[in-house]
Design a protein around this ligand. Structure first.
Ligand code: ADP
Length: 576
């Protein structure tokens, strides 16, 4: 139960609320048990013809008062106990999310997004159910269950023992079927999520669907998943449809026993008619605590398993951490050095082998090479998304591992190969949280050759880009990412294939801007279009994780290696 420590602070923080909730819950149980007592006295008075209309009114008023009390107290315990479980859920989810945000890129390389989503939703929900309804079911099962049996035993012990015979079946069946119902419910939810995804995907890709006349196939895909969804729902209905009548059956079986045995005892005056009626009412009250006892073990087991899974994530230490007592780094000179760096992704082959690079402040370095050569990985190591396995990467002569992460990220503007846009406006996506720089938006957009496009949109910078920037073309997204980086005026700029998705003319304009900005910062540009590197001071060629050539454009073009071949090919393409 090590993982329990994750939630105990929330319990102790809210202990008074929980205590109040439990007191109200127990009070509700007691008040519920008093109603059959009132009925008993009313019936006994009626059979003895010892009550008039006014007397009956008093009994009725007592029941109304009890019902009102039950209603009010039930409201309070729901607020307190279920409310606290919601607080636990919220805190746990926030903690999980903050922790996930702190984990390194290597963790996300091997973790599946779907699994992480499931931990943040299902697992957290299971913990909420265990701490909320689990606590309620446990208390009700014990308090209401034993008290109801106690009240019944006080009337007649023998009859109580007989009446209890079918009750273990309720506990057993609830335990068995609630597990099955939960599994089916999860499957139904998963199928619903799949169905939503099919609709979302087909709508997002409607142009492709239409272009390839895929409407019929889309309709069939949706038809299949809808059918599966109905099937899952029917499976669930079959079990729930069986479960509740079965519970009623066992409860009615107890009723039959009361009617037969209790009836005979009433005839023999062993118990009064009022006791007989009260007995029947107690059986009605006993069904829920019996079900609760069966349910609670499942709730707690499930919650515990989920809490263990959450605990495992929370115990994963971030691979990339801030050094203790790091000297602050205000503004870097932009001096980057790789000293015999080797690196491989988790458990994989080396992707970078013995890399030795020296980029002096203010220099522009281009990197070319075939796909998979390790170019993006090299940039990722400068941004310290990963740490090298051997050797070190330095900024201004300091190992990146000795620089505070927030300081390092301030020094680097990174334009990734596949820009990611968040749902929101263009302005929000370019600013990326730096709202103080709003006045610089038009300039950054102009430099990224995005301004003309923005001006074409009726809402300008306030245009909503849709989920993952679906409203924008690949080239537009790339330019948004570029504008985002330009806005930062960081001393180091890393660009991963910045003109891969724009036309030649736009590409040339972007390269002009980069050239103008180059003298003020250190720039490393990865590009498979050599035109983007025409102003680079030096170009590196990477092949299979190694730097195989290094020199100026002229030197490399004359060398007859990868660069020269690529240059000749691209020139031929341009001439055509
Ligand atoms: P380039 O940018 O030159 O195309 P990359 O640096 O993207 O090359 O990739 C170099 C090698 O590392 C490739 O073999 C690629 O499959 C692998 N790789 C890239 N990213 C990851 C990752 N996140 N996890 C595992 N392997 C990766």
């Amino acid at each position: 139960m090590k993982s329990l420590r994750l939630i105990t602070p929330y319990f102790s923080e809210n202990r008074m609320t929980i205590l109040l909730g439990l007191v109200c819950l127990v009070a509700v149980d007691i008040l519920q048990l008093l109603i059959p007592r009132v009925i008993k006295f009313a019936v006994d008075d009626l059979t003895a013809i010892g009550v008039d209309a006014q007397g009956l009114g008093v009994y009725a008023a007592q029941i109304v008062a009890l019902a009102l009390g039950i209603g009010a107290l039930r409201y309070v315990w729901r607020r307190c106990l279920i409310g606290t479980s919601r607080v636990v859920e919220e805190r746990l989810r926030n903690r999980l999310f903050s922790h996930l945000q702190g984990l390194s890129a290597a963790y996300f390389d091997q973790a599946k997004t779907g699994d992480l989503m499931a931990h943040a939703t299902n697992d957290v929900q299971h913990v909420r159910m265990a701490t909320g309804m689990g606590l309620v079911a446990l208390t009700d099962g014990i308090v209401l269950g034993t008290a109801a049996v106690g009240f019944m035993a006080a009337i007649n012990l023998r009859l109580t023992l007989f009446v209890l015979i079918p009750m273990p079946m309720i506990i057993f069946c609830t335990r068995l079927l609630s597990r099955k119902m939960h599994r089916l419910y999860q499957e139904t939810q998963a199928t619903f999520a799949d169905m939503t995804e099919v609709v979302r995907e087909r709508i997002a890709g409607i142009r492709i669907v239409k272009a390839y006349t895929g409407e019929k196939r889309s309709k069939e895909a949706l038809g299949r998943i809808s059918e599966a969804y109905i099937e899952r729902n029917l499976d669930l209905v079959r079990v729930t449809g069986f479960f509740f009548p079965m519970m009623m059956f066992f409860s009615n079986l107890s009723m039959v026993i009361v009617l037969f045995l209790g009836g005979r005892q009433t005839l023999r005056f062993t118990i009064s008619p009022g006791d007989f009626v009260a007995f029947i009412a107690y059986i009605g009250l006993l069904t829920w605590p019996m079900m609760a006892m069966g349910w609670v073990t499942n709730l707690i087991q499930r919650g515990k398993a989920s809490l263990d899974r959450i605990d495992r994530i929370l115990s994963t230490a971030p691979g990339i951490v801030d050094p203790p007592d790091a000297r602050p780094l205000r503004r870097s000179r932009g001096d980057i050095r790789f000293e015999s760096v080797s690196f491989g992704y988790t458990g994989g082959e080396p992707v970078l082998a013995d890399i030795q690079v020296d980029v002096s402040p203010g220099a522009t370095v281009g990197i070319v090479g075939p796909p998979g050569a390790g170019k993006s990985t090299l940039l990722a190591l400068i941004a310290r998304r990963y740490d090298p396995d051997r050797g070190k990467v330095c900024l201004d002569g300091r190992d990146l591992r000795d620089i505070r992460l927030s300081d390092l990220h301030e020094q680097i503007a990174f334009v990734p190969q596949e820009p990611f846009l968040f749902t929101g406006t263009l302005a929000e996506n370019i600013l990326a949280g730096r709202s103080a720089d709003e006045d610089k938006l038009p300039l950054a957009a102009r430099d990224a050759s995005l301004l003309a496009t923005v001006e074409e949109f009726p809402d300008g910078f306030q245009t909503r880009v849709g989920e993952k920037g679906i409203m924008l073309s690949g080239g537009q997204k790339q330019r948004v990412a570029l504008a985002r980086a330009l806005l930062r005026s960081a001393p180091v700029m890393l660009l991963d294939d910045p003109i891969s998705q724009v036309d030649t003319e736009t590409g040339a304009r972007i390269v002009d801007t980069l050239e103008q900005m180059a003298p003020e910062r250190t720039m490393i540009i990865v590009s498979h279009r050599l035109a983007a590197l025409r102003f680079a001071d030096r170009i590196l060629v990477m092949e299979s994780g190694r730097i195989t050539e290094s020199g100026t454009h002229e030197e490399l073009a004359a060398s007859g290696g990868f660069y020269a071949r690529t240059f000749r090919l691209q020139r031929l393409e341009e001439e055509f």
